[in-house]
Write a protein that binds this ligand. Structure first.
Ligand SMILES: Cc1ncc(COP(=O)(O)O)c(C=O)c1O
Length: 401
């Protein structure tokens, strides 16, 4: 056996992979599967950004750049944070990485010492706890109850904070819950944070643009003057500009931690892809950016409402109304302990596997997000697929009844 480092046993292979691998195999075999698993927009990257990449290639922007990127990109990001988010970051307070995921990983590596606690509200994005473990931290989950729209309360936060707490993660709008905090709700959490100077905040704002029903987005670091020095603000091009494969993420924060992340990156990846850098700057500064985002946002809002209404009309299914991102996260626990084809449904994983096998719909079980009673359905797919998939789920539930 090839020897592996002990740290590899700290992180687990995603249990959701089995379901998506099976869906892919079924499709390959010609079976028509409705896929609600997508974690990315089904829209193409706007043409003006793709054109900018073609120009960058033609201009020969294919060589090394400074770590973490060219000055134009840092400046465009700083300008975006200032004008859109009210965050007075200077270019030297910005770093970029290969997507939001890489930025978060670098940040955990830069701030966590062994045993430091990280507070993660659930349901949570699957990679947070795994990255925390790799960086030597200890996960402490704060359960966001469905009855409270998956949002944690100030009291829960207060009770979870200990002298060892180092980081609180805030992700609003959220993957997978689809919930989003109101500015007042976030402010109430911020008021708790400021009372505990040992706590810093990672505000994962990558779904900021995909927010529904007139809800106002606010950046966490703006909620109290103290927070600017105690918050890292994460964002990326992946979701807002349908650029998941480009791998462009960025962070604003206090200069010492940004410098530390740059030091890390200088020894790891050096920088993000050179010919993605100027297009990424143009995406943030060109007036066509907001137009393309708004078109996509409106579609997601319409689809989210439709999917949610249809899910709520299914017997014994409850679902928090999606207020952002592109996910619905219904509770399917009422069907546990039922059997189908000799298999007993015991949790979201067995529910998802049976749904795929018997009615050809792929969903993501919530187990890796701290909720083994819920499944995630992405509405980054057309209305027809949404209707077809929910019809099939309805038929599946009848078989379980
Ligand atoms: C909440 C959240 N944070 C971070 C990421 C990572 O984004 P990226 O694709 O830019 O690495 C994702 C991706 O799905 C996400 O849902």
């Amino acid at each position: 056996m090839f020897p592996l480092a002990q740290r590899m046993s700290l992180i687990s292979e995603s249990i959701t992979l089995a379901v998506s691998a099976k869906a892919a195999a079924m499709e390959k075999a010609g079976i028509d599967v409705v896929r609600f698993g997508a974690g990315e927009p089904d829209f193409d990257t706007p043409a003006f950004i793709k054109d900018a990449a073609k120009v960058a290639l033609d201009k020969g922007q294919t060589k090394y750049t400074p770590t973490p990127c060219v000055a134009e990109l840092k400046e465009a990001i700083a300008k975006k944070f200032n004008s859109e988010n009210g965050l007075a970051y200077k270019p030297e307070q910005i770093t970029v990485g290969a997507g939001g995921k890489h930025c978060l990983y670098m940040a955990f590596m830069a701030v966590l010492d062994p045993g430091d606690e990280v507070l993660i509200p659930s349901p949570y994005w699957v990679s947070y706890p795994e990255q925390v473990k790799l960086a030597g931290g200890v996960n402490k989950i704060i359960r966001g109850e469905e009855s409270n729209g998956f949002k944690i309360t100030p009291r829960q936060l207060q009770e979870a904070i200990s002298p060892k707490t180092r980081v609180l993660i805030i992700n609003s709008p959220s993957n997978p819950g689809g919930h989003a905090y109101t500015p007042a709700e976030l402010k109430a959490l911020a008021d708790v944070v400021v009372k505990h100077p040992q706590v810093i905040v990672f505000s994962d704002e990558i779904y900021e643009k995909l927010i529904f029903d007139g809800l106002k987005f606010v950046s966490f670091a703006t909620l109290d003057p103290q927070l600017m020095d105690r918050t890292l603000t994460f964002n990326c091009h992946s979701k807002s500009f349908a650029m998941t494969g480009w791998r462009v993420g960025y962070v604003g924060g206090p200069k010492p931690v940004i410098d530390a992340m740059n030091k890390l990156q200088s020894q790891m990846t050096s920088h993000i892809t050179s010919f993605a850098q100027i297009p990424a700057a143009i995406a943030l500064s060109d007036p066509r950016g907001p137009e393309s985002i708004e078109q996509m946002r409106k579609q997601f809002e319409k689809r989210g409402k439709h999917m949610w209404e249809r899910l709520c009309s299914l017997p014994r299914i409850s679902c928090v109304r999606p207020q952002g991102a592109f996910y619905a996260f219904p509770n399917v626990a009422a069907y546990f302990d039922r059997s189908i084809g000799g298999t007993k449904i015991t949790d979201a994983v067995s529910f998802s596997a049976a749904l795929l096998e018997h009615n050809r719909v792929a969903v993501v079980p919530g187990n890796d997000s701290g909720f083994d009673t819920h499944v995630r359905l992405s509405f980054a797919t057309g209305m027809e697929q949404i209707d077809k998939g929910i019809d099939r789920i309805g038929e599946f539930l009848k078989k379980l009844a």
